[in-house]
Design a protein around this ligand. Structure first.
Ligand code: CP3
Length: 354
């Protein structure tokens, strides 16, 4: 298989972890579980160490990044850590004037809408994100056999923030550029693919044993537009890291109609939100790829018996799959009870024992 980074390049315990086995579609001792956005505002220990430190600044302090990344591993005993950062960090690192506004999200000072704007986006070098290399070095030593997931935003989702200038419901400026100036759009996505690929390479070389490409907002597109205007750039990212042999996960929200294409883009594991049951998702994705997902995050606000019954439904739908990584259908919400998340981890790990 191409996702078989040699054992010698990571601890045996990491290589043999349930998470990496599931990604490689090998038999697992139990279904591995982690949560998107598991590090963050749902945890009091996170709020404590972040006090007074702006989000982007916190991403550039290696010791703090390592501590925040480890917090959910210690507390919830999840099967994988996800590196604490944000999808806009590589853009900030190449000099894009942006900030992450609390309660809003990434805001870009001067949106990218013309050829001259695009020319401002330079390539990313490892020196631009030295703190990532340093934090990952600390983490791989601390994590022992727990795998570390690196991540990046996919070209479409990054373009959406850059072109809109901030979060957007309808992506009107983004789609206007995509439909109105296909050449400029293609060049923008191609540039973002190179930046994203460079950023993922830094993380893999520093010790990430899997990577996830977040195309959170691509569900806004019809399949034909995805295939024509987005897939080539995302495929370029996946191709660029293929030779490392680490599993590549591809996730988006509202992507039921895109699941097959998102696999085709070059993912080893396709992330699924809660709208499509995993057995149906497997038919759409086809053989040869594992699936990740897909409990509705809002279920965590229900009583424990309901959470467990719904988690069991996810496990049952995944029973026939070759590889399944349990996750939420989207990220942890800040108002979630951390204890409910810990109980869910224990439920998944114990009730799925083979
Ligand atoms: O998963 C993890 O635990 C790792 C950390 C992580 C963050 N952002 C930290 C963060 C990850 C994987 C991301 C990815 C990310 N960032 C995505 C893709 C995942 C998804 O949810 O679809 C997107 C779309 C972003 C952009 C972004 N950054 C948003 C929408 C927000 C939330 C704005 C808000 O305040 O509600 C951010 C800020 C952000 N990124 C926070 C965290 C912990 C909150 C800021 C804070 O704690 O001060």
């Amino acid at each position: 298989s191409v996702i078989d980074r040699p054992k010698g390049q990571q601890p045996t315990a990491t290589y043999d972890s349930a998470f990496l086995k599931a990604c490689r579609r090998e038999p697992v001792p139990h279904t591995p579980v982690w949560f998107m956005r598991q590090a963050g505002r749902s945890l009091p220990e996170y709020l404590k160490v972040r006090e007074g430190i702006p989000m982007l600044e916190s991403c550039m302090r290696p010791e703090l990044v390592a501590e925040i990344t480890l917090q959910p591993v210690r507390r919830h005993k999840v099967d994988a850590a996800i590196y604490f950062s944000d999808i806009v960090v590589p853009l900030k690192a190449i000099g894009v004037d942006l900030d992450i506004k609390p309660g809003v999200g990434p805001v870009v000072e001067k949106p990218i809408r013309t050829r001259a704007d695009l020319d401002q986006l330079r390539d990313l070098t490892p020196d631009d994100v030295w703190y990532v290399t340093e934090a990952m070095g600390l983490l791989t030593r601390e994590l022992g056999g727990t795998p570390l997931i690196g991540f990046a935003g996919a070209p479409f989702t990054l373009a959406s923030y850059l072109v809109e200038g901030g979060p957007s419901r309808n992506h009107e400026h983004t789609k206007s550029l995509m439909y109105g100036d296909p050449q400029l759009w293609a060049d923008l996505l191609d540039r973002l693919a190179d930046i994203t690929a460079a950023f993922l390479k830094v993380q893999i070389e520093a010790g990430a044993s899997a990577v996830q490409l977040f195309d959170s907002w691509v569900g806004a597109l019809a399949p034909a537009d995805y295939r024509r205007s987005v897939l080539p750039a995302s495929a370029k990212v996946f191709r660029a890291v293929e030779s490392y042999g680490v599993p590549r996960i591809h996730f988006g929200v509202g992507t039921g109609e895109l699941l097959g294409l998102m696999g085709e883009a070059g993912a080893d594991v396709v992330g699924v939100d809660w709208r499509v049951p995993l057995d149906e998702a497997a038919r759409r994705v086809g053989p040869g790829r594992a699936l990740q997902g897909n409990l509705d995050p809002a279920v965590l606000f229900a009583p424990t018996e309901v959470v467990e019954a719904k988690a069991q439904e996810v496990l049952d739908a995944a029973a026939g799959l070759e590889g399944h990584v349990f996750n939420l259908g989207h990220g942890v919400l800040p108002s979630m009870d951390p204890d409910a998340l810990s109980r869910l981890v224990e439920y998944v790990q114990t009730s799925s024992v083979r």
